[in-house]
Write a protein that binds this ligand. Structure first.
Ligand SMILES: [Cu+2]
Length: 286
């Protein structure tokens, strides 16, 4: 998420807090009127209240343009940077849900998800609008509370080799990562018999690397594509980065993170017809 978006979000939250305190405040207190932000926003977001774990829940919203009209046209075509990406993480980064909901009539978006456990969740809508001269993408945020006792877990330490759904995912070395620097990390993926897997495109990429910062939940997202693939790179400031896979079982991930600290990487790929998520804790120096 860009600093600009974060600033806007905090301005909007401050505006909401101001509006919300009107009911209990004395009536002679004058609250300055805050003009509506000229930005994209989520309208009609559901669920409005807390939800239950383990039960299908429909998330729905419309993205409202700065001019107040619903956003109905999104980028299409090759590569992963199309449409809407709905990414939901529990605040402690123990769970992730990643979906690509279709956009319905009037820009309405519906996606049914099942929250796995109680606690607060960050809902991140990463949108790629198809607007002339517009920005390539932006993120909008909401929170959803899943009822029940929240038992937050600390991030586990970095562990290079993971067993996930019968696959072996092995990050080569313990990478020395730095904020703002574009770096590459190699990952090997083998199946239960030790054979190198064949990566297949899933939503425009052979693998998706989704990064969230511990605590602040800052976000970045890079992709691994086949050589010569179109629209694979992600942009942070003036830097572009994309990962590559030139042989079976081997991914070269692009890592480019805006701030130092502990990050959780969710590495996702489609193997054997289902999405496999390998989570890594990465320490990023300044
Ligand atoms: Cu992706």
């Amino acid at each position: 998420m860009s600093v600009g978006v974060r600033r806007l979000v905090s301005v909007m939250l401050a505006a909401a807090a101001l509006a919300g305190c009107g009911s209990s405040a004395a009536s002679d207190v004058s609250v300055p009127k805050v003009a509506p932000a000229r930005t994209f926003s989520l309208a009609g977001f559901q669920p409005a209240g807390s939800v239950e774990r383990g039960r299908p829940t429909t998330i729905s919203f419309v993205i409202q343009q700065p001019n107040g009209r619903p956003l109905t046209t999104y980028k299409t075509g090759p590569g992963p940077h199309t449409g809407i990406h709905l990414i939901i993480v529990r605040d402690d980064l123990t769970y992730i849900i990643h979906q690509h909901p279709p956009v319905g009539a009037g820009g309405m978006v519906h996606q049914t998800v099942t929250f796995p456990a109680p606690g607060p969740y960050r809902v991140l809508v990463d949108a790629y609008p198809n607007l002339p001269g517009g920005q390539s993408n932006f993120q909008l945020l909401r929170s959803v509370e899943v009822a029940g006792a929240y038992d937050p877990r600390p991030l586990p330490p970095f562990k290079p080799d993971l067993s996930v759904d019968g696959y072996h995912v092995d990050m080569q070395g313990n990478p020395a990562l730095h904020a703002i620097q574009a770096q590459f990390v190699n990952v090997e993926v083998t199946d239960a018999h030790g054979a190198k897997v064949n990566f297949v495109p899933w939503f425009g990429a052979l693998a998706h690397a989704i990064f969230f910062h511990e605590g602040s939940l800052d976000y970045f997202h890079t992709h691994v594509c086949a050589p010569g693939a179109l629209n694979c790179s992600s942009v942070l400031g003036a830097t572009r980065i994309s990962g590559q896979s030139t042989s079976p079982g081997r991914l070269t991930l692009g890592v480019l993170l805006p701030v130092p600290g502990a990050w959780r990487l969710f590495l996702q790929m489609k193997l054997g017809g289902r999405v496999v998520t390998a989570p890594y804790t990465l320490q990023v120096a300044s």
